[in-house]
Design a binder for this molecule. Structure first.
Ligand code: TA6
Length: 264
């Protein structure tokens, strides 16, 4: 993971299976978000507001507050805490004092928790997401289970409303959906291994794959890489969080392979 964006780019299990996808054309530059892994989206999701797309947290340099193992004999989880606060740059974009913390815990699960607090004297509002890019064997064969019956807005069709009728969402070309008040547990079947994503406190879920045309337009995305990735994002998008002075909000996600624990 990187201090740049508090960005987790890789998580492999004991069998060497990588959960995340990172583009071979990712720009490893301080002013660009990393294309892949888990960009932290805050304080604005996408272009739903006046800030730069997906906010500034994904391009900010976070500070390491803590890193270590819980127990000295160290078969316990490894924990990392990263912090970000307002400064001149963030206040020029978004005139609010804030404290953000990303807590990561690693063992056979990867847990990520985003905490936002408001040390100021006025309420603030934000949207946010853990914009996870998962590696899949073949996007056309990947399936996302758990969204059946959920209502969504389709960003590829001017946010037209829809309802997920099929038990499994399959990727057929460009896909960009925001499922409001989505179920907290989804299964991502990459055409081999199955990852379980369990979100908490994030009401919404976003599923994104750029498909071939948009992939060609994105300069930090390989033309054919849409075939090997799929974003499934724990998000708060449809109803921004309102934080009163002194208040704190937190939400997170836990990931694990479905067969974890059966491997030894
Ligand atoms: O979360 C989906 C989305 O908002 C899409 O609309 C798509 O644009 C994607 O994120 C990536 O955005 P980015 O700014 O990283 O190119």
């Amino acid at each position: 993971m990187y201090l740049h964006g508090a960005h987790v780019t890789s998580w492999t299990d004991a069998l060497g299976r990588e959960a995340f996808w990172v583009s071979r054309r990712a720009r490893w530059s301080p002013d660009a978000p990393i294309r892949g892994g888990v960009p932290v989206v805050f304080p604005q999701f996408a272009d739903r507001g006046p800030l730069p797309k997906h906010g500034f947290a994904r391009v900010a340099r976070w500070e390491l507050a803590e890193a270590g193992s819980e127990r000295s004999e160290d078969d316990g989880p490894v924990r990392v805490r990263l912090r970000l606060g307002d400064d001149e740059h963030t206040r020029a974009l978004w005139p609010h004092p804030f404290r953000a913390e990303l807590r990561i815990s690693l063992d056979e699960r990867l847990e990520m928790e985003l905490r936002i607090s408001n040390p100021g004297t006025a309420a603030l509002e934000f949207t946010a997401a853990l914009h996870s890019y998962f590696r899949v064997a073949e996007a056309a064969r990947a399936e996302v289970h758990g969204l059946e019956g959920a209502a969504f807005r389709d960003n590829t069709r001017d946010n037209a409303p829809g309802v997920q009728r099929e038990p499994a969402l399959r990727i057929r070309g460009e896909t960009d959906r925001v499922y409001a008040d989505a179920p907290d547990r989804v299964r991502i079947d990459s055409g081999g291994a199955v990852l379980l994503l369990h979100k908490r406190g994030f009401p919404d879920a976003v599923v994104w794959n750029p498909g071939p045309e948009l992939a060609r337009e994105l300069d930090d995305f390989g033309d054919d890489e849409f075939r090997e990735m799929l974003c499934v994002e724990a998000a708060v998008v449809e109803r921004p969080v309102r934080l009163e002075p002194g208040a704190e909000w937190s939400a997170g996600q836990a990931l694990r392979w479905e067969d974890a624990g059966e491997q030894e």
